[in-house]
Design a protein around this ligand. Structure first.
Ligand SMILES: [Zn+2]
Length: 149
C-alpha cells in the first residue's frame, strides 16, 4: 500500500483500485491484446514521453517501459507518490475517471509557481514540484525540487 506524502492527504484506496481496474477492463482491444504492454503488465497505458511508455497498475504502481534509453526492455516499477501524482494528473486528461483519484486541494494549499509560467500552464512541460496539478498542499511541500526557471 502507498504511504504517499501525508501532506497531500492522499491514499491509494480500494476505490482507486476499482477505478483503474475498470478502465483497464474497458480498454479497446487495439491497446489490450495478448503481447501488448498493457496486457503483459496488467496496467493502464497513460502516455509516452520521448522514448518511455508510462503505465498505471490497479495497485497504484507506476510502470515505466524503456525509461533507461540503453535498456529499453527493462520495466521500472515505482510506488512513490512523486511518481504516482504526475501519472494521475497526466492520465486524467485521457481518462476523466481518474480525476476522482487526484488529491483534494485543502485550505493550506498554495498555487504552485509553475502556474505563472506559460510552458507549464499550456502543459507542454510537466512541473516536478507539483506533478502538474498546479498547487502544493502547503508552502513547504514539494514533490521534488528541480523547477526549471
Ligand atoms: Zn507546479
Amino acid at each position: 500500500m502507498h504511504e504517499p506524502g501525508s501532506s497531500w492527504g492522499a491514499k491509494w484506496s480500494l476505490r482507486a483500485q476499482e477505478v483503474v481496474s475498470g478502465l483497464l477492463a474497458r480498454l479497446p482491444a487495439k491497446e489490450h491484446y495478448p503481447g501488448s504492454h498493457a496486457n503483459r503488465l496488467g496496467a493502464l497505458p497513460i502516455g509516452c514521453d520521448m522514448w518511455a511508455d508510462y503505465y498505471l497498475r490497479p495497485n497504484g504502481e507506476v510502470v515505466i517501459v524503456g525509461e533507461d534509453f540503453d535498456r529499453p526492455e527493462i520495466d521500472s516499477v515505482y510506488l512513490e507518490w512523486n511518481r504516482l501524482l504526475p501519472v494521475l494528473v497526466w492520465g486524467s486528461e485521457r481518462y476523466p475517471e481518474l480525476r476522482e483519484l487526484l488529491p483534494v486541494r485543502g485550505q493550506e494549499a498554495i498555487d504552485c509557481r509553475c502556474r505563472t509560467h506559460r510552458l507549464f500552464v499550456d502543459n507542454r512541460l510537466r512541473c516536478l514540484e507539483c506533478g502538474g496539478i498546479g498547487w502544493l498542499p502547503n508552502k513547504d511541500a514539494k514533490l521534488r525540487s528541480g523547477f526549471i526557471d
